[in-house]
Design a binder for this molecule. Sequence first.
Ligand SMILES: NC(=O)c1ccc[n+]([C@@H]2O[C@H](COP(=O)([O-])OP(=O)(O)OC[C@H]3O[C@@H](n4cnc5c(N)ncnc54)[C@H](O)[C@@H]3O)[C@@H](O)[C@H]2O)c1
Length: 329
Amino acid sequence: MSTTVFKRVFITGGAGFIGSHLVDRLCGNNVEVVVFDNLSSGSLENIKRWLNSSSFNFVHGDLLNPKEISDSLHGCETIFHLAANPEVRVGSKNPKVHYEQNVVATFNLLEAIRKVDDVETLIFTSSSTVYGEPDKIPTPEDYGPLKPISIYGASKLASEALITSYAHTYGFKAIIYRLANIVGSRTQHGVIYDFINKLMGNPKRLEILGDGTQTKSYSDVEDCIDAILTGASRCQGKTEIYNVGSEDQVNVKEIADIICEEMGLNNVDYVYTGGVDGGRGWKGDVKFMLLSVEKIKRLGWKPKLNSRQAVIKTVKALLRQKGIYAPKE
Ligand SMILES: NC(=O)c1ccc[n+]([C@@H]2O[C@H](COP(=O)([O-])OP(=O)(O)OC[C@H]3O[C@@H](n4cnc5c(N)ncnc54)[C@H](O)[C@@H]3O)[C@@H](O)[C@H]2O)c1
């Protein structure tokens, strides 16, 4: 896919997990990049190789502070909006977090965009959680009605609605990606990260939230970046939605097995919490998820790694990052 369509881009959440991989790809192709991030879950470490580059700008700003956004948005024709609180679990304890960090933050960005003339395209990372518990699996983009079961899913769906309406009303293009679980180096949340941390604390016992049969699709972050950039350079519509994920699934128990094997741990005692609502990890956890990716495949994208390969690659990367266990090759 081509990055020549971009001149100067603005990336909210560019110091986070997915955002920093996007930064690597764009900066590596000489695109001018402005990262806007409050470093709440992201870090400068993730983007340190670009901090002294003349075509890179870091703004330590918060989307909840509208003035900081408009001051740094000028001259950017493409906005990648990734900043959010991505922890689905948080919502059942404190719904306001997702309302503020995802919905209000998106609204503030849209207000800033409509007040500058420069923006041509807004690209948004939404989530598979907008589908709730669909009857149809693999789930296509035109599935409905959309009934999210988590506050996080609701906040993403609300953001999608705000984005398409602003795009229509104020005349810019919007591309929305509904991402499956994205995994890879630098991730700081999700089941792989949690299990590795728990096993580093106690290599004999692993607490597994739910009943371990939660079965979902996992996608390599490099495949995700390929998909985002493919859609950005080839999508023709004014407002388009694309699912992004791998075409198969793995369950939580299989992920635990992969991690134990890569860490060289035998006979780990798996302790299942049993979870809520029939074995879910937490209230609002979708138990089975697989997205249809036929629509984005028609633009020429296809995943290079399946779910199992993406999980193994991530485990190796995280173990290497932590420098504690040497992953078996
Ligand atoms: N990782 C996944 O599996 C996954 C799946 C579906 C959707 N997504 C979406 O992709 C995007 C990126 O997720 P990620 O996994 O890289 O998460 P992340 O937490 O690593 O990245 C989010 C970034 O946004 C920044 N941020 C948060 N609130 C902010 C605010 N108010 N102002 C400025 N910056 C702020 C954080 O500091 C962080 O750098 C999110 O929108 C998330 O909802 C992720």
